[in-house]
Design a protein around this ligand. Structure first.
Ligand SMILES: Cc1cc2nc3c(=O)[nH]c(=O)nc-3n(C[C@H](O)[C@H](O)[C@H](O)COP(=O)(O)OP(=O)(O)OC[C@H]3O[C@@H](n4cnc5c(N)ncnc54)[C@H](O)[C@@H]3O)c2cc1C
Length: 305
């Protein structure tokens, strides 16, 4: 089914008003096959609409002007959280509210559960999907640091084939991904958390705001020594990043507060923040240290002994 919108173009006002100032064709496929067929047909000129909480804002501001909109919200088989052997599978259309309410996510991916509790408002969380958050590819995307430290993968599907890549390989820069124009993010795949504890902490200007900076960590300690460690940060580089230098400072070390502090402070050499409306680069750099330290302490407390 499709509807043509003939709204009269309004002047570009560069503000988030209620007006979408251009024409586009709108599709509401009810199956994945139908959606993939549309993407294969219209590819570069089409945009997928999931919750619309990023896309509609961009369309209203004309930073994105698609000719075709493929609303996938009716494809209910893309909305699930299931444990499949040693893997947790999360469908791309799973909302942030679903993540927040999921006992499986709280137990297996504590950092993502933290993110779900702090993301936007309840209203936004009910609309916004985890797939949309990743594919929007904001450096501040709250799902990215938790998924990076849990070594998650993304299942990408097109009419021709399905491929699975690391989340680290999905986002390449602000608003940029390795998704091809005929591909759809179908699922996020996360290994069981094992003995490790994880957490996510963010700081924003107000409660409902993108992160000024964020950090997620995953840590396993055996006999007092750090045996596994992953640290990721958001909003402090052109894309969400792993802080591998910080990880190297912790791996194999006997855990104590001095070691934690030294490693947290070292993240400043790995971030490359910018000044923008939300913060200064200087503040982002400074607060990164505290976020990593606090997240490590919380992850350690959550690790299974
Ligand atoms: C008031 C407000 C507060 C917000 N607060 C936060 C916050 O605290 N943290 C945060 O991270 N974000 C926040 N956001 C941003 C936004 O809500 C999230 O990024 C959200 O998860 C996007 O999901 P969506 O389903 O709405 O995506 P959409 O807007 O539908 O899509 C976003 C992009 O992803 C593409 N896309 C969507 N699904 C797929 C798919 N399955 N496969 C391929 N491409 C796809 C779309 O084509 C589009 O380019 C906020 C937004 C608003 C309006």
């Amino acid at each position: 089914m499709y509807v043509t919108f003939n709204s009269r173009p309004a002047p570009v006002n560069l503000r988030n008003t209620r007006i979408i100032p251009f024409n586009f064709q709108y599709f509401e496929p009810e199956s994945l096959d139908e959606a993939l067929q549309l993407l294969s047909q219209y590819g570069p000129e089409a945009k997928i609409l999931a919750g619309g909480t990023d896309l509609l804002v961009k369309m209203k501001m004309r930073t994105v002007v698609p000719k075709y909109i493929v609303n996938i919200k009716r494809i209910s088989r893309l909305r699930y959280i299931v444990m499949d052997g040693e893997l947790l599978r999360i469908g791309a259309l799973t909302t942030w509210r679903d993540l927040e309410k999921s006992e499986l996510v709280r137990e297996e991916v504590p950092a993502l559960h933290d993110a779900a509790k702090s993301m936007g408002s309840v209203q936004v969380r009910c609309m916004a999907t985890v797939g949309g958050n990743l594919c929007n590819a904001s450096p501040a995307a709250d799902s990215a640091p938790p998924l990076l430290v849990h070594e998650a993968k993304a299942k990408l599907t097109s009419k021709q084939k399905t491929r699975t890549i690391k989340i680290e390989e999905l986002i390449t820069g602000p608003g940029k991904t390795t998704l091809r124009s005929d591909e759809l993010l179908e699922e996020i795949i996360i290994p069981r958390r094992g003995k490790g504890g994880s957490s996510f902490i963010k700081i924003g200007r107000v409660a409902v705001d993108l992160a000024i900076a964020s950090a997620a960590t995953y840590v396993v300690v055996e006999d007092g020594v750090v045996s596994e460690i992953r640290v990721a940060l958001g909003s402090v580089a052109p894309k969400p990043i792993r802080a591998r230098g910080c990880e190297a400072m912790l791996k194999g070390r006997k855990i104590n507060d001095d070691v934690l502090r030294a490693a947290s402070e070292a993240v400043v050499s790995e971030v490359s923040p910018i000044d923008d409306v939300r913060s200064s680069a200087w503040y982002r750099r400074e607060v990164s240290k505290a976020l990593v330290y606090d997240s490590l302490v919380r992850s350690l407390a959550r690790a299974r002994r």
